[in-house]
Structure formats: C-alpha cells, structure tokens
Write a protein that binds this ligand. Sequence first.
Ligand code: CP
Length: 290
Amino acid sequence: MHHLLDIASLSDDDLGMLLTLGQDLYEHRIPDPQIKGWLATLFYEPSTRTRCSFTIAARRLGMEVLNLDMATSSAQKGEDLLDTVRTLLAMGVTTVAVRHPENRVMQALSSMHPLRVINAGDGTRAHPTQALGDALVMRGAWGHDLTGRHIVICGNIQHSRVARSHLALLPRLGAVVHFVPDNDDPLDLTGPYTRHKTLPDILPDADAIMMLRVQKERMAVMPDLSRYLNDFGLKEEDAKRLKSGALIMHPGPFNRNVEIASALVDHPASVIQNQVAAGVAIRMAILAGV
Ligand code: CP
C-alpha cells in the first residue's frame, strides 16, 4: 500500500494486513524506550518564554513534544479544554503544560489520572514555573539564601499571576515581599506583604525590584500608557536610588518605556535574560519529576 485515499481503493490483502497490524499495535501498545514521555503544550493565551522553554526543557530530557496551535485545533469547533486533554491522554500524552485565561481549570485537569498537569499560567491566579525560575536567579545572586531579602514587585499587581505566585513562594524562602500597585484599589491577595504608594518609598531598601507588564487583556479600564512610565514605571533616575548589587527583574514580556525604561532592560543590574534561562532549568526540574 503506497497511498491511502479512501476505503474503496484498498485491496482485500491491504485491508487484512492493515487491520491485523493496527489491532496488534492497539492491543499491545509498546512504548518506545527511547522516548521519556510525551509533553503537550496547550496555550489558550499567547506566550514566547514559557512555551518555548517547556519545549526546550522537554527535548533536553528526551521527551517528545506536541505544541498544539489552539487557533487551528478542534477548540475552534467548540471542543472544551477537558475534552481536548482527554483526547491527548487517549493518544499517549503523559504530561500537559496548560496556559488558560480562567482561574479554575487546573484543579479539574489534575483529576485526569495518570496525566501530569503543569500550570503554565492560569488567569490572574498562578504562574508557578515563572516564580520558581525567578527564585533560582535570586538564589544564584545571593548565595542560595533569600532570608531577609526585600523583593519589591511593582505595577499591575491586581491582574498579575506572577505576583500571586511570588507572594506564595518568596515568604516561604525567607524573603520579604513589598508591592507597589499601579492604582489605589484594594488588592485581593492573601499573604504577608507590605503595600507602598510609590516606588521611591521603598527603592533604597530593595534587594530586587521586579516590574510587571500592564495586563491589558484582563483590564476593563486602561491606564494612560503614555503617562505610565512617569507615574508608575521604573525610570533611569529610580535605578540610581537602588543599592549596589540590587537586581532589576521582569518576568516578561516587557514593554520598553511603559513599565520600565528601555535602558534599564539592558542595565548591568538587569537579570531579565537570566530569568529566561532559569525558566528552562526549572521546567526541566519539574518535568524530570522532582
Ligand atoms: N513570563 C511569561 O510567562 O512570558 P510568556 O508570556 O512569553 O510565556
């Protein structure tokens, strides 16, 4: 059999052999010992860093990777996330990395035994792999000890899953979290943190200053972005108030001259690209099952 165009063009011999071989593979599914599992990435929101680093991490570990393009997948025909994942599980996918705009999808996915589910960012709730990777960068800078370090997270805190995951992580590592939100609204965050009105209030004490992108996709009312750097962003004169050795961080993607002055992205104190590199390492550790 060379082509398979339709059933009518199959000879009886081809049909018999095909069904026999197919039955054997179906009933005695033999895993390829060279492959350490299949990772599928399902990103219902855009991504560069997280998705690419999951792909690189998985391939470095000898896994095969399926990067589903949600714009051309059966999600476009109305299939929901759980059914898409069930479909992948039936094909032999062992791990899914999922990014989704809603806050409550991970719990439902995690009940699909024996599938491993890794949260690649859900709604405003959590982005654990980002926070863990960022912690690697801080640990590397500070002798693997974050005790008593002051981490200032600044910008669009209310809509930030990165801020929430850092609030869950950093105090457990001994660090002190400070938030400088970009408006006066109450924050619905639980955890030990101190809130500040403006960056200059806290900058001289910061061991790390982490700026956040304006999460336009989650906001009903947009701030004036032409004024954002001046009103809430990290400017070059602010960086001069940082103590020696302080780190400039951003989980990315960053918008130059909106939340952070362009020159500070490339400043000697900036570890933004280190955060990207650490993202591959931590995702390897997670996929390795540690
Ligand atoms: N930090 C982060 O999640 O970046 P991406 O949206 O590019 O994955």
